[in-house]
Design a binder for this molecule. Structure first.
Ligand SMILES: Cc1cc2nc3c(=O)[nH]c(=O)nc-3n(C[C@H](O)[C@H](O)[C@H](O)COP(=O)(O)OP(=O)(O)OC[C@H]3O[C@@H](n4cnc5c(N)ncnc54)[C@H](O)[C@@H]3O)c2cc1C
Length: 385
């Protein structure tokens, strides 16, 4: 069978791959996206939908800020709904220690130029009716919100295809043909794809694919769980973090909440990672009932898990491999949904102009040049026995 040809071959139809595909196709390039499953079938369609500036990873702030700007007009840009709401994010404290952390966070936010206001329990009650009286206060970040992950993936996928982009689902990448320091073709279960450039946006499979071209890219998979309650009347539209949880109320009324701890996992090249739930979901349900006692009797409707991609320093990677030189690694280190519009913009600018207008200078691969191949074992980032 003759190879499929394209300017750009993108591995992975999650938000990172599809947002990159959309902006590249919009710039006039011929782009093919392949995914071993369905578009958004992995973390991109399974996540909490939280969007916003965070104080914990300063190098991610510029791309997060640019992303929020893009989210504001993304529905018009793509022509499809994302259910983005921009009512802000609140982080609540239920212990004195957490309250002290919020004071520290206020100082950090101020240094980083992030708008954040400490609010008292009454103000928290106004924003989240029914929140536990145990809440001692909150940090309100006005520049945040949430969106529907599945809708957003669809929006990027449809808008990309409207521009003539080709999306091959249920098509796994199984290898690469190399020559002259470049990828000559991407081998897939549907045949070869010959492209000038390859973008690996394969989430937790990033490291496995990179090994196939002889490069160690440190990304570890971790399993995360989420629950959805039955729909209830509109209660709040702000994104909520607290009691070890993060979540939101969806447009249709369901409460969607997830929480740690992350569980280190292994994935392989083609199969679906294990996504059955564990007792953790009961724990998440308990924590939700504690923080929102008003909804303690609302039944759980669905639960699911997903696999996040974690770099050792929790910061995304957007960088070319030195060899093969036409292989761009794009992986979000668990920030991926919130930052996806700006990821797509940054990737397209990098390919078209050789640099991005968004500060992604911390997202290089060279920061890991000294990392040992057994870094996961050294840190204990390996599946429990
Ligand atoms: C439960 C959960 C909650 C989360 N909550 C949030 C949140 O609230 N806010 C936030 O910003 N982020 C959140 N995240 C993280 C976020 O979802 C991810 O960072 C983001 O979706 C990563 O997108 P991606 O496109 O890079 O990777 P993925 O969504 O993992 O997509 C990678 C794609 O590559 C495909 N692929 C892999 N290997 C191959 C192969 N060999 N051949 C072909 N295709 C292949 C996969 O099938 C997959 O579709 C959460 C994640 C989870 C799991």
């Amino acid at each position: 069978m003759p190879p499929i040809t394209a300017d750009i071959a993108i591995i992975g139809a999650g938000v990172s791959g599809l947002a990159s595909a959309y902006y590249l196709a919009k710039a006039g390039l011929d782009v093919v996206v392949v995914d071993k499953g369905l578009a958004g079938g992995e973390a991109s369609g399974r996540n909490g939908g939280m969007i916003g500036e965070r104080t914990d990873d300063p190098p991610v702030i510029p791309i997060a800020v640019e992303s929020i700007n893009l989210w504001k007009t993304l529905e018009q840009e793509l022509g499809y709904p994302t259910e983005f709401t921009h009512q802000g994010r609140i982080q609540v404290a239920v212990t004195e220690e957490e309250m002290n952390d919020l004071f520290t966070e206020r100082d950090v936010a101020s240094r980083q130029g992030i708008t954040m206001e400490l609010i008292d329990p009454e103000h928290v009650q106004d924003l989240i009716p029914g929140i536990s009286p145990r809440v001692l206060g909150g940090a309100f970040f006005p520049n945040g919100g949430h969106a529907n992950p599945q809708r957003s993936v669809q929006a990027f996928a449809w808008a990309f295809q409207d521009l003539g982009g080709r999306l091959y689902q249920n098509t796994a990448v199984t290898g690469f043909k190399l020559g002259n320091g470049r990828v000559a073709a991407v081998e897939t279960t549907a045949g070869d794809i010959a492209a000038d450039m390859v973008i690996s946006a394969a989430g937790p499979q990033t490291a496995i694919l990179a090994e196939m071209v002889g490069v160690h890219v440190p990304v570890a998979p971790a399993r995360v769980e989420i629950l959805a309650t039955a729909p209830i009347e509109p209660l709040f539209d702000i994104a909520l973090v607290g009691n070890g949880l993060y979540g939101r109320q969806a447009v249709r009324g369901n409460l969607l909440f997830g929480g740690g701890p992350h569980e280190w996992a292994d994935v392989d090249l083609t199969s679906d990672p294990n996504k059955t739930n564990t007792p953790l979901i009961i724990n998440i349900g308990r924590r939700l009932a504690e923080i929102l006692p008003a909804v303690a009797d609302v039944p759980m409707l669905r639960t699911w898990a997903g696999i996040v991609e974690q770099a050792p320093d929790y910061i995304p990677i957007i960088d070319f491999l030195p060899d093969p030189s036409n292989y761009l690694v794009v992986t979000a280190s668990a920030h991926g949904f919130g930052i996806c519009p700006a990821t797509g913009k940054a990737v397209s600018e990098l390919i078209l102009n050789g640099e991005s207008s968004i500060d992604i200078s911390a997202f290089t691969l060279s920061r890991f040049s000294d990392i040992k191949s057994d870094w996961r074992q050294q840190r204990g980032w390996v599946p429990a026995a």
